[in-house]
Design a protein around this ligand. Structure first.
Ligand SMILES: C[S@@+](CC[C@H](N)C(=O)[O-])C[C@H]1O[C@@H](n2cnc3c(N)ncnc32)[C@H](O)[C@@H]1O
Length: 279
């Protein structure tokens, strides 16, 4: 379970990451790919040039690599970072072997806290990426990460950061109060939660970088009922932990029943962000 949807639990299980992978892939903002390709080509990386070097931070079971590697042409060399050795093994084993034009993709795994990443770790990297990650960090970690990215003069693509905006269909009078309690829970212990994107934009712009953002919402219909159910459970649990009075006693069962009968839809907003050297 992701702490984005079940912040009560720090664990990110392979089952939860697998359950969300298709909705994530459908949500990711393809509009940021062309500016990224221009950046890579200007550095001589990609088709007709040298291999693209990518660092995937908080790679989990590797869904970002499975999505991005086949969308970029040319040979690629990925370094996958995570704290969880089991997820790292999964990510390495399931990394695509070829890129968009059939060139070789290779990956190495690195068990390291991304808060300790230095400019030296990113030396030679063309793009740092992280998916469903920024909202789990605090401002200090984002600042040190941005300094390392800027020092290494590479791009940064951070996808699927939660914005805190959620709409359920049909609506319920309790939804806004639960949303507020959930968002407050996401901000516990100084974590950025729904403030992740505006803070990261500000940090990169202060360092003189250009930042592009694009919406990447989950649009959960009845066909996504398994994912909607798990997401809803985590959302309500976190809100309850934060502010028990925010969740009416009959709300969880009523909403889960609507989910079972295919009557519940949800729009969960995320934002994708690409930071590029100003030049
Ligand atoms: C919500 S999961 C996202 C996984 C994957 N990027 C995806 O989109 O499916 C967050 C991942 O970040 C990792 N993570 C969280 N904090 C970290 C840190 N400080 N250093 C390294 N990895 C971290 C977790 O272990 C987890 O695998």
């Amino acid at each position: 379970m992701s702490s984005t949807s079940d912040p009560a639990s720090p664990a990110f299980t392979p089952q939860w990451l697998a359950m969300r992978e298709k909705a994530d892939a459908d949500a990711r903002a393809t509009a940021l790919l062309d500016p990224l390709r221009v950046h890579l080509s200007a550095r001589g990386a990609g088709a007709g040039g040298r291999p693209i070097r990518v660092a995937d931070l908080g790679c989990g079971s590797g869904s970002q690599g499975r999505w991005l590697a086949p969308r970029l042409s040319g040979a690629q060399s990925w370094t996958l970072y995570d704290l969880d050795p089991c997820l790292l093994d999964l990510a390495g084993a399931r990394m695509p072997r070829t890129s968009a034009d059939g060139s070789t993709v290779n990956a190495r795994m690195c068990r390291q806290d991304l808060g300790e990443l230095t400019i030296g770790d990113l030396d030679g990297i063309d793009v740092v990426t992280g998916s469903a990650l920024l909202d789990l960090l605090d401002r200090h970690k984002v600042e040190s990460l941005a300094r390392a990215v800027v020092g290494a003069d590479c791009a940064a693509l951070f996808t699927l950061s939660v914005t805190g905006r959620v709409e359920l269909f049909p609506t319920d009078p309790a939804d806004p109060v639960i949303t507020t309690a959930f968002n407050d829970h996401q901000r516990r212990r100084g974590l950025l939660g729904p403030d992740a994107v505006p803070v990261t934009v500000e940090v990169f712009q202060t360092l003189g970088w250009r930042v592009l953002t694009f919406p990447s919402p989950w649009r959960l219909c009845p066909e996504h009922s398994a994912l909607t159910r798990e997401w809803l459970r985590g959302w309500v649990e976190a809100a309850t932990e934060q502010d028990p009075a925010s969740v009416p006693p009959d709300y969880p069962e009523r909403r889960l029943n609507q989910c079972e009968t295919g009557e519940l839809g949800a729009h969960v907003e995320h934002t994708d962000l690409l930071a590029l050297p100003a030049s």
